[in-house]
Design a protein around this ligand. Structure first.
Ligand code: URA
Ligand code: ZN
Length: 371
């Protein structure tokens, strides 16, 4: 058996064909629409509009967002052995509760098919069984305002019964009141009990009034708004005692946890000075970072090896790409989201082969129960 170490991508998205058709049928955002290509008579292109106040031209979108052969070709091109694929934002957030409930179940079945019929790895890593697939998935829950918590629980049961789905991806709205809502406690309990991973991912950013009047394209919402949203959502969960009540709940934060690793000591200090909040928590705020997992989608070694992330070491960090977002501007190049994130992992001061291999794949095999 091969002793090859695997490269596993835990932050990689798809708009499943059913979801892409759904977006195409919509006249308002989120939507996919087709328009003539400026300056190329007769040519048309598809565009995606999903963000609040997004310039109406949105972003280009193509088959790499929904085609499985494109996902596998991207993986082959970059030496990625296994991908843990999740639906991309805004998931089901904008739907009514009945629509979200139906579509969640259909998309979870679709994703199971997308993964279960993917090829097997040619060579399994040492010590594992022979049958690792190239694709695994994270399902969707009908987390929208007015959703019935029992429908959410039933969807967790569905996901747990689908062998290639290893967790859920979720945004920050919950049932409309955020993720510190007491009504979500049975949901956390059921996810924990089933050993599923929660991939917490942003969509809304922070209010666009923060960005001023200058046209900075998508830079501020994506570079800053996204990670700040994640930071606020997980901090609210910590302050609500979710991590105390569900200590085995596996939560993986997008974009290396946003600003939380840099702010955890400030958070701890603010809690210490607020006895009402402090009395609700079992631990110092810094402690909870050690209960979380972080993707390594930070694009720089310094950021991965900085502050609290450095102290946590490599065992809670997992390689990711955010594919198919951020494509190369010239079609044939390797994607910088892969090369920069791999270079970042390889360049963290103090990490040797063991740590790098863990972040590149070993941690994912363990945390997502892939091998
Ligand atoms: N990455 C995502 O996952 N979603 C976006 O909208 C942009 C980047
Ligand atoms: Zn993403």
């Amino acid at each position: 058996m091969s002793t090859r170490k695997l490269l596993v991508d835990v932050h990689t998205h798809v708009y499943l064909p059913r979801y892409a058709s759904f977006l195409r049928a919509r006249a308002v955002a989120p939507k996919i629409f087709s328009r003539p290509v400026p300056g190329e008579p007769g040519a048309r292109e598809d565009r995606l509009v999903i963000l609040d106040n997004e310039p109406s031209g949105g972003r280009p979108i193509g088959p790499q967002y929904w085609d499985r052969p494109e996902k596998l070709a991207f993986m082959d091109k970059h030496g990625i052995d296994v991908s843990v694929v999740s639906s991309a934002n805004p998931w089901l957030d904008f739907l009514s509760a009945p629509e979200a409930n139906t579509l969640a179940k259909e998309l979870n079945d679709d994703l199971e098919g997308f993964c279960s019929s993917s090829p097997e790895l040619d060579s399994a890593p040492s010590g594992s069984g022979p049958s690792i697939k190239r694709l695994y998935g994270l399902g969707l829950l009908p987390l929208v305002p007015e959703a019935s918590p029992s429908d959410v629980l039933k969807t967790i049961t569905q996901i747990s019964s689908l062998p290639h789905l290893k967790g859920v991806i979720m945004g920050t709205q919950g049932l409309g009141r955020g993720l510190d809502d007491e009504e979500l406690e049975p949901v956390w309990g059921e996810i924990e009990r089933n050993g599923l991973v929660v991939f917490l991912h942003p969509h809304y950013g922070v209010p666009s009034s923060m960005w001023g009047e200058r046209d900075n394209g998508h830079v501020l919402p994506l570079a800053l708004g996204f990670p700040f949203e994640t930071t606020i959502a997980i901090t609210r969960m910590i302050l609500a005692g979710v991590l105390d009540k569900f200590p085995s709940l596996k939560i993986m934060l997008a974009h290396s946890g946003g600003a939380l690793p840099a702010l955890s000591s400030r958070l701890a200090s603010c809690i210490d000075h607020d006895p009402v909040v402090a009395s609700r928590l079992k631990h110092n705020a810094r402690y909870y970072l050690g209960q979380l997992y972080f993707d390594a989608v930070a694009y720089g070694s310094e950021e991965l090896g900085f502050g609290k992330l450095r102290a946590l070491g490599s065992s809670r960090m997992l390689f990711g790409t955010d594919h198919p977002f951020f494509p190369p501007l010239k079609g044939t190049d390797k994607w910088r989201s892969v090369t920069e994130n791999l270079a970042a992992i390889n360049g963290v001061a103090g990490w040797g082969d063991k740590e790098r291999e863990a972040v590149c794949g070993g941690n994912a095999l363990r945390i997502f129960n892939l091998a």
